[in-house]
Ligand binder design. Structure first.
Ligand code: ADP
Ligand code: MG
Length: 570
């Protein structure tokens, strides 16, 4: 309906919802309005004013063109429409519900269109039950609105939910619009991007690597001013960033494609967010190059990739500032301590060194460098004899992703990330209930500026967070200061913790029954859980294993994913 308002040339659109739209949705625009006949016609299936001749089908630039939205909506809700065209004395007022018109009369109203949709699915209770929690449905609406407002910066939008104004956007340019939506903090991170080729024109913004998110919540492609979901092109962008962004994080981008409509097929998906391009591979290259170029302009260059033929010096200009190299050391490392011998052994010549010189025997690198001790352990583990003489368990880490150990019935394979998530979840939940978190003061307070629409979530959970070891202080309308975080989260950038936590709060709300404490615990656990690929010392594996075993449920994550698998001896 908001798209309809845009197609009607509105310059000001108000969206007013109650109970995440379940009770009512109202869209008010100042667009061209409808005549009395058209107002009546608009609810008929396949009634559209947007295709006048057959050729129009091949150059669609409006949002809708199938005449389905209003017919469908009026079939499952009560709809009230008031509309007036410019220059008409009187407008039209129509009430329709369950596809039946209950009244139609002339009325005085302002120019434009005012739709009020009430009691969604009142006559299809089964479908109404499938609506998600209010928070989840609200999120969907907000996401959908973001897609629309980001392509129509010249239109002013007001969004009101349950009598509270979520945003009021003045007509502005795209950059300002992005800032209005995602908060002032994104401003200094935006990099211009633009390129023009014979098949496509691309412009927009990408964000500097430090803006990257754990979610894809700030990734937007638009084609001819319509949002599109395009995993393949997204790959083109992410590849251009290369290793500037840590694994598991995603760059923010707002990329607008302009293309001759006859070169794309917007019909492949009912909601039309998936779009088929004729020259997909060529465009992939264009997108990839455009992002690389934009990053390059700001001296943000992915580290050398050897396929490319560039010399090292090319990265340095007289103005480049040079950072001293950064080496990670473990200050607690004591080479004389027991248990550190394994690291030392790795450096020595492998016992089976001779095989290095035997070209007929093909071996993997692991074969050469696994210290003998580990190979023995691995063997005994498979022998179901995992208890060393001191009575400790034997643990083996596979590909930095799984922990293997021997159980009574067979080989236990633990997904280390999921295990850690479960452990932290239970820990945070307990802290939330006992309110005994320990604050770890951050060295320098960090300013956090959530996107305006996310502020409410943070305010809602702030006192809970402060109970479990955060110290977050409100510094005015849009600003928060993070002065401390719980001990388990000290490795993570505090801004990222809150970003991620707010994001997960929005996502996990899908299951309505989850109580607030569980949601907070889950989102923190997900934020703090080890990245896939962390390498463990034996002691760490053992700790993880026993912490997992003491959890109330060690088999599944909160979201129902398997934490461990046992391969029986048989
Ligand atoms: P479509 O957008 O695919 O044409 P819809 O069912 O969404 O189909 O709308 C049917 C018709 O109703 C539109 O083609 C348009 O003529 C008219 N219409 C709908 N909303 C508005 C509006 N806000 N202002 C003016 N006309 C509208
Ligand atoms: Mg439409």
């Amino acid at each position: 309906m908001v798209e309809n308002a845009i197609d009607a040339g509105a310059s000001d659109i108000q969206i007013i919802i109650k109970d995440a739209g379940k009770t009512s949705i109202q869209i008010i625009d100042n667009g061209c309005g409808m005549s009395q006949t058209d107002a009546r016609m608009a609810f008929e299936r396949h009634a559209t004013s947007k295709i006048a001749k057959a050729e129009d089908l091949f150059c669609i630039r409006t949002m809708g063109f199938r005449g389905e939205a209003l017919a469908s909506i009026s079939a499952i809700a009560s709809v009230e429409l008031k509309t007036k065209q410019d220059g008409s004395e009187l407008g039209t007022h129509i009430c329709i519900s369950g596809s039946e018109i209950s009244s139609q009369e002339q009325a005085t109203c302002t120019k434009g269109t005012n739709f009020l949709v009430k009691n969604l699915f009142y006559n299809v209770q089964a479908r109404r039950k499938f609506l998600k929690s209010d928070r989840a449905e609200y999120r969907h609406i907000l996401n959908e609105l973001h897609r629309i407002v980001l392509t129509n910066p010249e239109v002013s939008f007001t969004f009101v939910s349950d009598n509270k104004q979520v945003f009021k956007l003045q007509a502005e340019n795209i950059r300002q619009r992005i800032i209005s939506i995602f908060g002032k903090s994104i401003n200094q991170n935006l990099i211009n991007l633009g390129t023009e080729t014979s098949i496509v024109k691309i412009n927009g913004f990408i964000a500097k690597p430090e803006r990257s998110k754990k979610s894809a919540s700030e990734q937007f492609f638009f084609v001819n001013n319509r949002y599109m979901y395009h995993p393949y092109f997204r790959k083109a962008v992410e590849m251009a960033y290369g290793n500037l962004i840590p694994e598991g994080e995603h760059p923010s981008f707002f990329i607008y494609f302009n293309i001759d409509p006859s070169n794309i097929d917007i019909n492949i998906h009912p909601t039309k967010t998936e779009i088929k391009f004729e020259d997909e591979q060529a465009i992939f290259q264009i997108v990839n190059a455009a992002v690389k170029e934009a990053l390059g302009k700001f001296n943000i260059v992915p580290s050398l990739d050897f396929e490319e033929n560039i010399t090292r010096d090319a990265h340095f200009t007289s103005t480049t500032s040079v950072r001293p190299p950064n080496i990670k050391i473990n200050p607690d490392y004591n080479p004389f301590e027991q248990g550190n011998t394994q690291n030392y052994k790795r450096e020595t010549i492998p016992n089976n060194w001779e095989s290095l010189y035997n070209p007929t025997q093909k071996k993997t690198p692991d074969d050469f460098f696994l210290p003998e001790e580990t190979q023995v352990e691995q063997k005994s583990l498979l022998d179901d004899n995992a208890i060393k003489s001191e009575g400790k368990g034997i643990f083996y880490q596979l590909k930095n992703k799984y922990i293997l150990t021997s159980g009574k019935s067979g080989l236990i394979i633990i997904n280390q990330k999921r295990a850690h998530e479960r452990i932290l979840f239970e820990k945070f939940l307990k802290l939330l209930e006992t309110r005994k978190g320990v604050v770890q003061k951050t060295l320098f307070p960090v300013i956090y500026e959530p996107a305006p629409s996310e502020r409410a979530i943070l305010v809602e959970v702030m006192s809970e967070l402060n109970n479990i070891g955060f110290e977050i202080v409100m510094m005015g309308k849009d600003k928060f200061e993070i002065r401390g975080v719980p001990g388990d989260l000290t490795d993570v950038d505090p801004n990222k913790i809150l970003d991620q936590m707010i994001y997960v709060m929005g996502e996990v709300s899908g299951s309505a029954e989850m109580v607030l404490h569980e949601k907070i615990a889950l989102s923190l656990a997900k934020t703090a859980a080890f990245k896939i690929g962390k390498q463990f010392h034996e002691q760490e594996m053992e700790d993880l294993f026993y912490s997992l075993m003491s959890c109330s449920n060690h088999n599944h994550t909160i979201e129902g994913k398997k934490i461990l698998e046992i391969i029986s001896v048989d």
